[in-house]
Design a protein around this ligand. Structure first.
Ligand code: AMP
Length: 936
């Protein structure tokens, strides 16, 4: 070693460009732990000037040294003392970097060996100007953790190949966080991607593989041709999932929530969650238990159980899901978030595992949306373990060239810098290794991680399908290919871990267990207290009584409290004015407007210790500047949330502006509310029509989840709606869509028209023990309409009225026409009628269109039994709004012999016209038509 190490180092001309990254990395390690670098480098770094701890500054110092180094052409003496051509040493380090970056591209990932592997030039030592004679030379290997500080080049290359190009291909170099990157590097390199498992562990993996294969074969022979979406080919998934549960349990998880599509689901139900084989076989045989509702096919069914781990039981929930691939994942995440909040906050207590198909993860936009949510304030769950069952065939018959534009199906995960473990499904130990690193990474860094289980599909898309028709070569290969169990049992036999007889016994024992019909999962435990108690919410009807009132004095106190903010906080002038007005409303000096009544509904619920979660694109402020639940201090941009400051013992108030998504966010909120029955959970669309981006969530979950799966959900959905001349995109929330979905009392569709009504509607949704979705056409111009106001008394003592009768004192005998309507058109009708001093037309509001308030309307209409002329008035075109979907209900409350006419816009392809002048003309015409005037 030269005496002046520093000088030599500075003078080394090769320490620049790509190599500077290596030196910087080494230096970072040294700063964190001087002992982590070899003694010679330590000596070099000891002589550097001391720097602050900020990473950027560390880099800049190093870079500065690089510049010096580049100026001097002195020869390099390796810190190991072995003198080499300096350029060669650097090339070796570059070669190591190449394996870390691109080794996965030539890894042995495809069990069938059909995937084309291209040559990666950078992995060839000759590409780096290393020659044959260098192969026997000794080089420093930097931070490469597999071997010694120095290695003979050919040994190093062999080690790099074992580490990066075996059955495990790891992508992690895209991660910018040095600690995370190093952590993975160490885990991978220190074992050369092949840790040694105990014989006991190996036997367990084989037993679990035997179960995975055994179930499929058993069903295949008992119910030939029946659809089961077999896992065969991806059998290692079962030991992987069990390992994730075991290990997360050891690390403190109390629950695991799993979302998966149909492939392999029956296997997971029986071999992981412990569903009784008899129950499954009965379903195959067409027998079913007596259930309420319409139920679902067996490969969509969810399940719950407990799983014993060395550190205690872990509760398992497999989410029910429809065939729409990937949509279950945000639902799972929402459910996990609710469970984490209920336990001890966002962290390791609940683990989400989402299982994807290779085409779906690349093809479905909702995957991107959920990745984008993974660290966002409203949605984070401390990371998700995402597994791809990559059988290399898209949905039924498509090849990779047709289903994506990226090399890997998992490339989307790089948007959140998730590490990605591609692993050959025929190598169970590599699968276990990837699994262990993945769960440890998630728990340590609280971020998403991906395992790409590269496997194949032994049968067609389902068992009635003939895959050779479209994938002939692949299926010729598959027919000859041994199963993962066969491969692994041979391996264990050759290692002397088991005998051939043992392997056979495992197979026959499992078959016997299936014959027996009882649970086959050793770790299975019956469900204990960890789950949410749903019993208070079961078996209610809309008529079940509830306490709607709220003590008036306390209401006043709360009204005062939420209308104020700390004096030293400067608010925007418009907001300050709104709060000043709210104080007048609180003191009874002004009637309550919409925003105030809505905030007061929240305050009363929080005061009664209900939690509230309100999420939407502008929910803190409100799309139309009406809510202002979050105040933004103007000089320091701090936030103040009055509803979080009403008492020491209040419920939690979480209000979040969401990521810009409808589909994943609504699915998340659905999942949240199916796991948080007690509080109020609201999703608000920025404009009601944007909700069509989440149509699958309405169709597949909200409107039918309880009927199909017995999963209740009390989510409230606020959809701004109203014809204000804003054109086709922001007028209609497509009321007709929701009404068309209504049946079997599955949900409520409301159009509240006053602040008192919105106040009572929101409170009713929580206080009443029914848990059914509530779809609300919420207003825009009514937020500031001078007639849309309510008194504090109406809030304190009233209740939500499903229908509201005539408010003016008309002589009912003089009435010869009754207008039925919903929403803001009511005020236009009332205004015009008052202006025109008409006393023969009564106006009745239907505030809840579904379930239709038959009884309330019958009693309101009693006094108009003589009236023959009824009108339904709506702002929407005739083919939209409530006219077609609710007409039968309107007619059902009419007196005998009465007729019902339509007053509204003509049928239209678009929701609304684009020109304001045309809008105004149409609006005037429909109001005139309803009141019986000449339409012009
Ligand atoms: P889980 O915690 O999701 O595994 O559910 C455990 C049990 O709680 C289920 O078996 C159901 O009986 C009940 N449960 C969970 N979620 C709901 C829900 N949304 N509606 C009704 N019951 C539920």
């Amino acid at each position: 070693m030269p005496t002046n190490v520093m000088e030599t180092w500075l003078a080394s001309s090769h320490l620049s460009g790509a190599n500077s990254t290596y030196i910087e990395d080494l230096y970072e390690s040294y700063l964190e732990d001087p002992c982590s670098v070899d003694a010679n480098w330590r000596e070099v770094f000891n002589e550097l000037p001391s720097v602050s701890d900020l990473p950027e500054e560390r880099h800049s110092v190093i870079r500065e040294q690089m510049k010096h180094a580049a100026k001097s052409p002195k020869s390099f003496v390796s810190p190991q003392g072995a003198v080499h051509n300096d350029a060669k040493q650097v090339k070796v380090l570059q070669l190591i970097g190449a394996y870390r970056n691109r080794g996965h591209e030539v890894a042995n990932l495809d069990p069938l060996g059909l995937a084309k592997t291209e040559t990666v030039k950078e992995l060839d030592p000759f590409y780096h100007d290393l020659s044959g004679s260098d192969l026997d030379a000794n080089f420093n290997v930097g931070s490469f953790a597999a071997g010694n500080e120095t290695m003979i080049l050919k040994d190093l290359i062999a080690s790099l190949k074992r580490t990066y190009c075996g059955s495990l291909g790891v992508e992690y170099m895209h991660i910018t966080d040095t600690e995370e990157k190093r952590w993975i590097q160490n885990r991978i390199e220190s074992s050369e991607s092949r840790p040694s498992f105990s014989n006991e562990a190996k036997q367990r993996f084989l037993e679990e593989l035997t179960a995975a294969e055994g179930l499929e074969r058993y069903i295949g022979s008992k119910f030939p041709g029946a659809k089961r979406f077999s896992l065969e080919g991806g059998d290692s998934f079962v030991p992987m999932l069990k390992e994730l549960i075991r290990r997360s349990g050891e690390q403190g998880a109390e629950a695991v929530v799993i979302g998966m599509a149909h492939r392999g689901r029956l296997n997971v139900l029986v071999n992981v969650l412990g569903k009784k084989p008899t129950d499954l076989f009965n379903e195959f045989a067409g027998k079913h238990a007596n259930i309420d509702g319409s139920s679902d096919v067996k490969y969509h069914q969810g399940f719950s159980s407990d799983f014993k781990t060395p550190k205690g039981n872990v509760h398992l929930s497999l989410a029910f899901n429809p065939s729409h691939l990937e949509i279950i994942n945000p639902v799972v995440l929402g459910s996990v978030r609710a469970r984490q909040e209920r336990l001890n906050g966002i962290g390791e207590s609940v683990l989400p595992i989402t299982i994807h198909g290779d085409s779906a993860i690349a093809g479905q936009g909702v995957v991107q949306e959920t990745f984008n949510m993974s660290q966002a304030r409203a949605f984070k769950v401390s990371g998700t373990v995402r597994i791809v069952i990559n059988n290399q065939v898209g949905f039924t018959t498509s090849n990779r060239e047709d289903t994506r534009s990226t090399r890997y199906c998992t490339d989307i995960a790089k948007m959140v810098q998730a590490p990605i473990f591609h692993v050959n499904g025929d190598d169970p130990e590599a699968v276990m290794h990837a699994t262990q690193i993945a769960i440890d990474f998630r728990n340590k860094f609280k971020r998403d991680v991906v395992i790409d289980l590269v496997c194949y599909r032994r049968h067609g898309h389902n068992e009635a399908d003939e895959p050779s028709a479209t994938q002939p070569l692949m299926y010729q290969n598959i027919k000859k290919h041994p199963t993962p169990r066969q491969i692994y049992s041979k391996q264990l036999e050759s290692e002397g871990v088991i005998s051939a007889e043992d392997a056979k016994t495992l197979v026959s024992n499992y078959r016997d267990a299936l014959d027996n019909g009882e649970c086959v999962v050793k770790e299975w435990q019956s469900m204990q207290g960890n789950s949410i108690d749903w019993t208070p919410y079961l078996k209610h009807t809309w008529q079940s009584p509830y306490e709607a009132g709220f003590q008036k004095d306390r209401l006043r106190e709360l009204a005062e409290s939420i209308s104020q903010y700390p004096e030293d906080q400067k608010q925007h002038a418009r907001v300050a004015k709104i709060y000043k007005d709210r104080l007048l409303m609180a003191r009874g000096e002004k009637l309550c407007d919409w925003g105030f009544a809505e905030n007061l509904a929240y305050a009363t619920l929080l005061d009664s210790k209900y939690n509230i979660r309100l999420v939407g694109q502008d929910s803190g402020r409100g799309t139309f500047f009406h809510r202002h639940a979050v105040l933004h201090e103007q000089s320091e941009a701090g936030r103040y949330i009055p509803l979080q400051n009403i008492s020491d013992e209040q419920g939690h108030f979480d209000v979040h502006d969401s990521v810009l998504s409808e589909e994943a966010v609504l699915a998340f909120e659905y999942g949240y509310s199916t796991s948080a029955p007690k509080g109020l959970c609201i999703w608000e669309a920025q404009f009601g029509d944007f909700a069509n981006g989440a149509q699958v969530v309405f169709d597949q979950f909200l409107s039918s989840g309880e009927q199909k799966w017995g999963r209740m959900c009390g989510l409230t959905v606020l959809l701004p709606h109203g014809y204000e001349g804003q054109g086709p995109e922001h007028s209609s929330a497509r009321l007709e869509r929701y009404l068309q979905l209504c049946a079997e009392h599955n949900m409520q569709v409301c159009v509240p028209s006053t602040p008192a009504q919105v106040y009572h509607m929101l409170r009713r949704q929580v206080i009443r023990s029914m848990r059914r979705p509530l779809i609300v056409m919420s207003p825009k111009s009514l937020l500031r309409h001078p007639m849309a106001v309510s008194s504090l008394d109406e809030l304190a003592s009233g209740t939500f009225m499903n229908a509201i009768g005539e408010v003016d004192e008309l002589d009912s005998k003089a009435v010869d026409r009754v207008i039925l309507c919903s929403g803001k058109v009511y005020y236009e009708l009332l205004d015009k009628r008052r202006d025109e001093k008409l006393n023969n037309v009564a106006i009745v509001r239907i505030e809840q269109l579904y379930p239709f308030p038959m009884d309330e309307l019958n009693s309101i209409l009693e006094e108009y039994a003589h009236v023959k002329d009824f009108v339904w008035c709506q702002e929407e075109p005739q083919n939209q709004g409530a006219w077609y979907c609710s007409q039968h209900n309107f007619r059902s409350v009419l007196p005998e012999g009465a007729s019902l006419q339509y007053a509204g816009r003509a049928a239209s392809a678009s929701t609304a016209v684009g020109y304001m002048s045309l809008h105004v003309k149409q609006q005037k015409a429909l109001v005139n038509q309803a009141l019986g005037f000449d339409e012009e």
